[in-house]
Write a new protein. Structure first.
Length: 135
């Protein structure tokens, strides 16, 4: 499984400001893009109450996403949605980003039947030079 926890350690996360958390998530997104290759990387930023199931969903749907990094976790869905929207706002114009401009915060955590906390923000991606389309 290519699912990694890249969240701030719990001690640091408890003391982190919103700016620190956003900066950390931005850095992790850039790091994953650089690890795979900026020009070859197709990626998506998202949120999930169950990141393991979400990762397996991406694999089962054969969307070409091979890697998922959890970049933030919180008991508050509204904070994770805001973080997702901020990251999408920054990255939607980057080559390979599958998020649409103005999106973020409307996803699965808003269902009528809510999953229990915690909620996670993630970035998932794959190489664009593989035999199947990514995303």
């Amino acid at each position: 499984m290519n699912l990694s926890n890249r969240c701030l350690p719990s001690g640091q996360a408890a003391k982190a400001t919103s700016g620190n958390i956003l900066s950390h998530c931005r850095e992790q997104t850039l790091c994953l893009r650089e690890n795979i290759g900026l020009r070859l990387f197709v990626f998506k930023i998202g949120v999930s109450a169950n990141p393991i199931t979400r990762y397996l969903d991406y694999l089962d749907l054969d969307q070409g996403y091979q890697t998922m990094w959890l970049i933030a976790v919180s008991p508050r869905a509204d904070l994770i949605h805001t973080l997702e929207a901020a990251l999408v706002m920054e990255f939607h114009k980057h080559v390979g980003c599958r998020n649409k401009e103005g999106s973020g915060g409307e996803g699965a955590l808003n269902k009528k039947r809510k999953a229990p906390p915690p909620c996670s923000a993630y970035v998932t991606g794959g190489r664009a030079d593989q035999l199947r389309r990514v995303g």
